[in-house]
Design a binder for this molecule. Structure first.
Ligand code: ADP
Ligand code: MG
Length: 475
């Protein structure tokens, strides 16, 4: 048997032991792609496909590999981890290496030394990374396709941009940044892009996940000291979509990681698609450089729905579920439920479910009846001004003191209550609320919310006051 042949056998045994020690997942991610190179003067070369892996294996597994290997073969004194492409030329010069380098390492073309750590290498041998991408990507909703998306004025730009990204051969703009309020179709469009790309070219690797999941994965990787694997997985995708990126704000290390991943992908001309509830420049708690970088590609906003769009969506949705809904009822819903598409769909579903249950046709009256609670809520839109007015009246202070600089308890406390209610009863963000209260900082609002919460817990009379105000405002 040739020297290489017996080395391969020894390596197979070492790998078996390693697999038992580290477990299936780590094994597949890190150890499976390794192959054994040459043994030369006591130095054994282990070949890896990328520099990421080299560094990772060096710090985490090299000692163990050496110990196990020298147990198999006392001739092994040291272990050197080398990237396959770099290993080839001088490895070929050593006599021990005339047997072919193990077949699992695909040829990697020699290339110039990479400049930074962030360069994504083409990694044909990294099947382990591929294995894990599915695990990474959140499942896609089969209903969220372009075909099922109703286009109208409020979303036509976002829709066109999404289509372009899905259809284009080359990356048309990077990133595509979609933003808009809740339930207006951001997630729908992202899934639609993913479906379209998968259909057109299944070999392209598309990862879709929420920013929360991204964060969770990252924190987990930190905990298991597995951040290299984490990086590698993201940096070898063709299309990366991160939904609801506002959740990353304030989480510094995740933001940092996100920023690097983002840069690496954009530099390598991979498509990145981001969604958020605000434009890049309005994302609070987001580092300035990240905010500005997010706005470099195409920023497309989805505006609140119009009556026409709502009617269109209802019609399509009713058709799709095969429900007979009189046009009058659809019009009624499109008029009354204006908040977002999710609620609109929810209302339609309720009406249809109710009609099926009681075995009667849908009428305007039955619809009104079924939805009375929903309709009441959407009839009432409290404004910050109303809140300020009511709270000022209740505590008997001047309305002007809601925005004044006075800090006496007698005015500061009511002001905090008003901020608290503004947060609870309106959709306004903390900075927006702050602005309405004499240009105060969002941290002041945050503090007010906390303070009022705290007082409600300790002072029943105060809690009652707040509750009373809330009920009055909600009408
Ligand atoms: P977001 O991610 O912006 O909060 P989603 O994409 O989850 O909103 O949309 C909420 C619901 O509304 C989904 O069921 C989605 O299919 C539907 N929807 C939103 N916009 C449209 C549209 N233009 N046409 C059809 N369905 C829509
Ligand atoms: Mg969403």
């Amino acid at each position: 048997m040739s020297v290489q042949g017996s080395l391969d056998q020894q390596w197979a045994r070492v790998r078996g032991r390693l697999k038992d020690e580290v477990g299936e997942t780590a094994y597949r991610s890190w150890l499976k792609p390794l192959t054994v190179g040459s043994l030369d003067g006591g130095q054994l070369r282990i070949l890896v496909p990328t520099r990421f892996m080299r560094d990772w294996i060096r710090t985490h597994y090299a000692d163990r590999i050496r110990a196990l290997f020298s147990g198999e073969n006392p001739g092994v004194q040291t272990v050197e981890i080398v990237v396959a492409s770099a290993a080839r030329p001088d490895a070929a010069a050593t006599p021990a290496n005339d047997a072919p380098v193990a077949a699992t390492v695909a040829p990697v073309a020699p290339k110039p030394e990479p400049v930074t750590e962030l360069v994504i290498e083409p990694t044909p041998a990294l099947s382990a990374v591929e294995d894990r991408t599915d695990e990474m990507s959140a499942p896609l909703d089969p209903r969220f396709t372009f075909e099922n998306f109703v286009v109208g004025k409020p979303n036509e730009l976002a829709f066109a941009a999404a289509r372009r990204v899905a259809d284009a051969q080359a990356v048309p703009f990077n990133p595509l940044f979609l933003y808009g309020g809740v339930g207006l179709g951001k997630t729908h469009l992202m899934h639609a892009i993913a479906w379209a790309i998968r259909k057109k070219d299944p070999s392209r690797r598309v990862i879709y996940l929420s920013a929360e999941k991204f964060m969770y994965q990252f924190i987990r990787a930190l905990r298991f000291k597995d951040t290299m694997a984490f990086k590698e997985q993201f940096r070898s995708v063709d299309v990366l979509m991160i939904d609801d990126v506002q959740f990353i704000s304030g989480k510094d290390s995740t933001q940092e990681e996100f920023f690097h991943t983002f840069n690496a992908l954009v530099d390598q001309n991979r498509q990145v698609i981001i969604s958020a509830d605000k434009s890049p420049s309005d994302l609070e708690g987001m580092e300035e450089r990240l905010r500005s970088r997010l706005g470099w590609g195409l920023v497309a906003d989805i505006h609140p729905t119009t009556y026409e769009l709502r009617l269109g969506i209802l019609g399509q949705k009713a058709d799709r579920i095969g429900a007979k809904v009189p046009p009058k009822v659809l019009e009624f819903l499109a008029h009354k439920i204006t908040s977002n598409v999710r609620e609109l769909e929810g209302a339609l579903n309720r009406i249809v479910a109710h009609a099926e249950l009681v075995g009667r046709a849908i009428t305007l009256e039955s619809a009104q009846d079924v939805l009375h609670d929903l309709l009441r809520a959407s009839n009432r839109r409290v404004t910050i001004e109303e809140i300020q007015k009511k709270v000022a009246e209740h505590f008997n202070i001047r309305l002007a003191d809601m925005s004044s600089a006075r800090r006496a308890r007698a005015v500061a406390r009511p002001r905090q209550v008003a901020m608290y209610l503004a947060k609870q009863l309106t959709q306004r963000s903390l900075p927006e609320i702050g602005r309405k209260f004499g240009d105060r900082d969002h941290t002041t609002v945050m503090h007010a919310v906390r303070k009022v919460d705290e007082l409600c817990g300790t002072d029943p009379a105060f809690a009652e006051d707040v509750e009373l105000l809330r009920r009055m405002l909600e009408g």
